[in-house]
Design a protein around this ligand. Sequence first.
Ligand code: SAM
Ligand code: ZN
Ligand code: ZN
Ligand code: ZN
Ligand code: ZN
Length: 523
Amino acid sequence: MSISDVINGKRTWWIELGHVLEVLAKIPDKSIQTVITSPPYFNLRVYGTHPQVWGGDKNCEHDWIPYIKPGNTWGTPNKNVPGLIHKNVETNTSFVPDQEQAVCSKCGAWLGELGNEPIHDCVGWATGNRCGQCFICHLTEIFMEVWRVLRDDGTLWINIGDSYSQSGGSGSGEYQKRHKQFGKVINSGTAQQPRTAPPGLKPKDLCGIPWRLAFSLQAEGWYLRSDIIWYKNSLPTSAKDRCSDTHEYIFMFTKKQNYYFDQEAIREPYNPVSIKRKKYPTSKLGGEPGQDKVKGGKGSLGGGVNTVIKNKLSGANKKTIWRITNEPTNWDYCSNCKSIFIGADRKRVKRQKFVDEHGDERTIRKCPVCGETDAWVGHYASFPTELPSTCIKAGASEKACEICGSPWKRIVEPSKEYAKYLGKGFHDHSHDKTQGMRQEKTMARVLADYRTVGWEPTCKCDNKGLGSSIILDPFSGSGRSGLAALRLGRRYIGIELNPNYVDISKKLIEEDMPLLNIYMQGS
Ligand SMILES: C[S@@+](CC[C@H](N)C(=O)[O-])C[C@H]1O[C@@H](n2cnc3c(N)ncnc32)[C@H](O)[C@@H]1O
Ligand SMILES: [Zn+2]
Ligand SMILES: [Zn+2]
Ligand SMILES: [Zn+2]
Ligand SMILES: [Zn+2]
């Protein structure tokens, strides 16, 4: 079983264990329709993965020495770039080398975990002088490999949150509290040293990681098409001198100006207030504004809000704020015997309270299979399935060419009522470009409404549209992108470096299979 089985259509999904850069190399050029992923966050937690080798010479027999900040390559403010002249910043010259990091004395390769780089951003995307060793350079290197495997009409969706520099941020009591349910936080008894603020940032500074990544990818040729705010339920924070964080970003990138995007698949319900406010029907639809809608004549929408709901309006264009609440983790995993306890089965994991040597009350969980109490795998910040689901619906068609994988495009027409209002033939699709504007204008009188009337191929192959799109998540974690993809009848390739997480996500997907079969039959 391997990635190529998914590419060749012999299997619908596969999750490969390994370092993202090494596994991506096994994926053929332009074979993926949609990439949705959430990379490790900067300076937030350790993922329990083996340190990885970054940069340097692939053929070098590395000689690892403690990591030392190289001379002038980074950290020194670049006076030639406006906005990068730092005032009142104590330039950090005393980095504490991290014990989990090393550098090769021969080729300069860096050994460490992604997200734990001492430098967040060398701003090489602005200066043209990339260090190749900061967090942003590493992510950029990965997403350029993603560029290679992504189809030219594909989309890349990156979910990324921000971090605070040093105090009040990673490793502080506040972060530990906020992230205690998501596995090990940096500095919580790991080999990590207390952190100093990276050069260019002051303690307590918000790092601005999402936008730095966005600018860096733009500089390499990606089109940044959307900055979506994922508005999530907030966790209580102890921050007294700022607002609490309730959002993360989802950036949508493309390789070309034109690409596949299915607006219809992700329409959202009209705001009921706006439905009420719009007078249905309008004078143009045969009634008078404000007249009793129930009496609306033939050919009108008649009946006000109830009719609108009955008529099942296709909905408004998806907005850039997505309110999605976190999905609670529904599993426990024992890494000793590799057992997973999902849903109701979790009751088998007995919890016992005891008082530890400091007099604090604690709870231990005992594995019902092997009896181990200390082999439970921590939970990372998984995104809720609805998040990848939305990206997949928009980015990867439900129909694809069985020969070349090209997506099939929806053919949409305004509903009868809406077409009547617009008063034109809409088979020429010339309105498509101005659809947004037109809708704005017409919203004053009638809500835009479209119907799918068919599908058409976007390639010239003699095909029936019986293929399926492939979704990739290069930081697969617990595999929520996989669940979303498979539930929607797409194929899935995941990449994950932590073997426990590979096992967990495979089991979670297999567990979901009976459900998946229902989904497949149902569609
Ligand atoms: C933010 S989590 C992703 C969570 C995922 N979206 C979910 O819903 O569960 C990032 C994941 O990247 C993995 N990871 C970290 N470094 C990696 C690397 N170099 N190669 C592959 N995976 C890596 C971590 O083990 C972690 O599971
Ligand atoms: Zn080396
Ligand atoms: Zn860099
Ligand atoms: Zn066990
Ligand atoms: Zn084709």
